[in-house]
Design a protein around this ligand. Sequence first.
Ligand code: HEM
Ligand code: HEM
Length: 236
Amino acid sequence: MDAKDLLGLVHPALAVILVFPILGMVVNMAWQTRQRRLETSAGGKSLIPPVVNREHVKFGHYLTGSVVGLTSIALAYSIIFKGELFQKEISSIVVIVLMFVATIGSLICLYQSRRYIWRGILAAMTSAGLIILGSQEGVFWRTEQWYISHYYSGILVSILMVIALTIKPKIYEDRSNKWRKIHIILNCFALFLFCLQGVTGVRDLLDKPLSWQSPYLEQCDWTQQICPNFKFFQSR
Ligand code: HEM
Ligand code: HEM
């Protein structure tokens, strides 16, 4: 493995080591938060401690940040190595770097902001940033099979996490539980997408040749699933 191959492992490794464990904690605490609310709202007492609500939201904050970070790392890798960013003009490089700064910067400001108008604008800026970066050369979209694309569901789940962070104050303000229900529906779908990411991510990792294998595999016919007899090719 060369340095490029090793850097390609950063995104999958962080997903496994960081993001999925946080997701597990968020979901565990979400379930307890709900059980506790249903038990106490029925007038009874709950054995679940009140701290689960706060912990769910605290780890929810970590989840949003880590998912957007994870997606940004994957996009940066694809844009730099597969899109050959450093072969491009300096102005293109500067625009891409500024896009990353604006996207991450908007998310950081979203964590701090209180006014709804700003929360909406910053959430839209973070999401737009991810979509614009995702549409750059080098990113593998798999558009013809969008329903099993690691890219589309990855961007969608990142935006759903940004939305969860944005509507957080609404859940507390609203007595009718409308925003709470919206949160549950959106995030159950997000949970499904996270599971899908686990499957499509592992598939993509299996699909990816190592750098030294690429020149050989480019000579294969992928539809017929046949490769030339490599015995006859000179090694690099
Ligand atoms: C896959 C991820 C997530 C799932 C499945 C999830 C699910 C849930 C569920 C089931 C509840 C309890 C609703 C009820 O009381 O019936 C809840 C509450 C809540 N969630 Fe999430 N959630 C997720 C991520 C997040 C994130 C990223 C945030 C914000 C950063 C967040 C913020 C909240 C808040 C503020 C509440 C209300 C807590 C309270 O009542 O004190 N959630 N969530
Ligand atoms: C929270 C979960 C995840 C999210 C949001 C996510 C998101 C993304 C995004 C947006 C891309 C860029 C699309 C592209 O250029 O191909 C990508 C690429 C990739 N992801 Fe994930 N991913 C997640 C989990 C995983 C997991 C669990 C694995 C494998 C164990 C994985 C392996 C990969 C691989 C191999 C690539 C291709 C990058 C390359 O060309 O080297 N991902 N991911």
